[in-house]
Design a protein around this ligand. Structure first.
Ligand SMILES: Cc1cc2nc3c(=O)[nH]c(=O)nc-3n(C[C@H](O)[C@H](O)[C@H](O)COP(=O)(O)OP(=O)(O)OC[C@H]3O[C@@H](n4cnc5c(N)ncnc54)[C@H](O)[C@@H]3O)c2cc1C
Length: 456
């Protein structure tokens, strides 16, 4: 006979842990299943050269309240830190430039000096002239972000600014990304403000955060996972790691979750895993499986390293860099100089020692052979810094499979179909990773809502 709980949560990332906490708070019996041998999912701290640093998510947006609220509710508010610096660079074939004032690669003023420095005065003038043209009444509902920027600001802005920024942040080319999925309301804002740059400026200003829009936690984001795990355990949640759920199906009004060690029965099941894993788990429910299987996900690799070189003491790339795919020889899509960005990391490693993260993977594909990544990363860093470097003191390669949801064309239609199908199945919730955007705030809010939703 199947073991019974009120709620079964599949996935022990931040989404699953938050859902487990919500359910436990309402007094329900909860079992959380995690396939791996650790909890936290894309939040992972790892001892590197003597200090634990993040090899997955390393900060959180403060333009939305959810993450700060969660951190505060766990008694960790005094660990919230602002970045020591948040001035990333843009690396393009023409060179390395300060990041222009922009919203996800859309400059807020195409004539600003920082934009002119990258694309040249002529292209900047052309961009401004294009964006001054009357805004059409309507665009294709599924227009890509790349197409929208090309239409309003021209190809140069797409190639030199939007592509490295969207590629660095979402591992996706803007020509493949549905504009409204990445920036909800961007077409209406462009109409309202009479141009795309003006829309970007207004949307950035409306976020209400003047300085760094991202904060972190002293000790790294894994501190949040540790506190959350302790909290849910204290509330009686049964946590089973190294337990991969194989399938979910309905038996009358009960939900049955199959695992290698037997079936679990529950009134409610929350599937808080990445979209591809969710599609496999829910293969027996075609109305849910079909839209889930049409969602695109991408793999990324983070290569973290500790090294010493006097040039790095001067923060030559600010807090990091986003890299255009057209940049000769460089394979990485983004770089974070973690010991320049976060004071606690700088202090922990001491003078002269640095932590740098390079990330790889574009449009769902990692083209670099993983066994060659130490050499590739070393070469990339030499190219980006323009100097010869010694060997690394310590390294770690973290592969994130299917962890980033890629909102390609058709994304919102698929999400709407998925939500409608799930709403027809009482007791089921699917807060799949990235469904509310690739970020902690969206993940936390949909995890909380998922429990409220199954409760009703
Ligand atoms: C490299 C990287 C960097 C990021 N950086 C940031 C950042 O700085 N700031 C930010 O806000 N966001 C960032 N994000 C996004 C953010 O980390 C994610 O949106 C969020 O962590 C997703 O949480 P989740 O619980 O939904 O999914 P996940 O973290 O993916 O967790 C899902 C869990 O489910 C488990 N699982 C899968 N299948 C099964 C199964 N069949 N049975 C049981 N368990 C299963 C997995 O092992 C995993 O532990 C980053 C993401 C990545 C990949």
């Amino acid at each position: 006979m199947a073991e019974r709980f009120d709620v079964v949560i599949i996935g022990g990332g931040i989404g699953g842990l938050v859902a487990a906490r919500e359910a436990a708070i309402t007094g329900q019996s909860v079992c959380l299943l995690e396939a791996g041998d650790r909890l936290g999912g894309a939040l992972q701290g790892l001892a590197l050269g003597g200090t634990t640093v993040d090899v997955g998510a390393e900060g959180f947006a403060i333009t939305r309240p959810e993450t700060v609220e969660l951190i505060t509710s766990l008694g960790l508010a005094d660990r919230i830190v602002q970045p020591r610096r948040s001035d990333s660079r843009l690396v393009v074939p023409a060179g390395t430039f300060p990041m222009p004032h922009a919203m996800l690669g859309i400059p807020t003023n195409p004539l600003a000096d920082d934009v002119v420095a990258i694309i040249g005065a002529d292209a900047a003038q052309r961009a401004a002239a294009r964006d001054a043209a009357p805004v059409p009444d309507q665009w294709d509902d599924e227009i890509t972000l790349g197409a929208l920027i090309r239409e309003r600001l021209g190809d140069e802005i797409v190639e030199s600014i939007a592509t490295p920024v969207v590629g660095g942040v979402h591992a996706l080319n803007p020509d493949l990304a549905e504009a409204e999925a990445l920036i909800p309301g961007i077409r209406a804002a462009t109409r309202k403000h009479g141009g795309l740059s003006a829309a970007a400026a207004a949307m950035r200003a409306a976020s209400g955060v003047p300085g760094a829009a991202v904060n972190g936690l002293r000790g790294g984001m894994s501190v949040l996972v540790d506190a959350l795990v302790a909290d849910v355990q204290a509330r009686g949640v049964v946590i089973r790691t190294a337990t991969r759920a194989a399938a979910v199906h309905q038996d009358g009004t009960a939900w049955i979750t199959s695992t290698p060690s037997g079936d679990l029965a529950s009134d409610q099941v929350v599937v808080a895993v990445d979209a591809s894993s969710a599609a496999r788990l829910l293969a027996g429910l075609p109305t849910v499986h079909d839209p889930l299987s049409r969602l695109h996900v991408g793999d990324v690799v983070v290569f973290a390293m500790v090294l010493s070189h006097p040039l790095l003491d001067e923060d030559p790339l600010g807090s990091g860099a986003l890299i255009a795919p057209s940049t000769p020889k460089v394979r990485a899509k983004a770089l974070t100089h973690a010991s320049a960005k976060w004071a606690w990391i700088r202090e922990a490693y001491g003078p002269g020692r640095h932590v740098v993260r390079l990330s790889y993977g574009r449009d769902g594909v990692i083209s670099e052979p993983l066994d060659q990544l130490p050499e590739i990363a070393h070469q990339d860093l030499e190219l980006l810094l323009g100097t010869e470097l010694p060997g690394f003191e310590a390294t770690h390669l973290a592969r994130w499979t299917g962890s980033l949801l890629h909102p390609r064309v058709g994304h919102r239609a698929n999400v709407a179909a998925l939500r409608a199908a799930v709403a027809d199945l009482p007791g089921l919730a699917v807060p799949a990773a990235g469904l509310a955007g690739n970020g902690l705030a969206g993940t936390i809010s949909q995890a909380r809502a998922s429990v409220a939703q199954v409760r009703n």
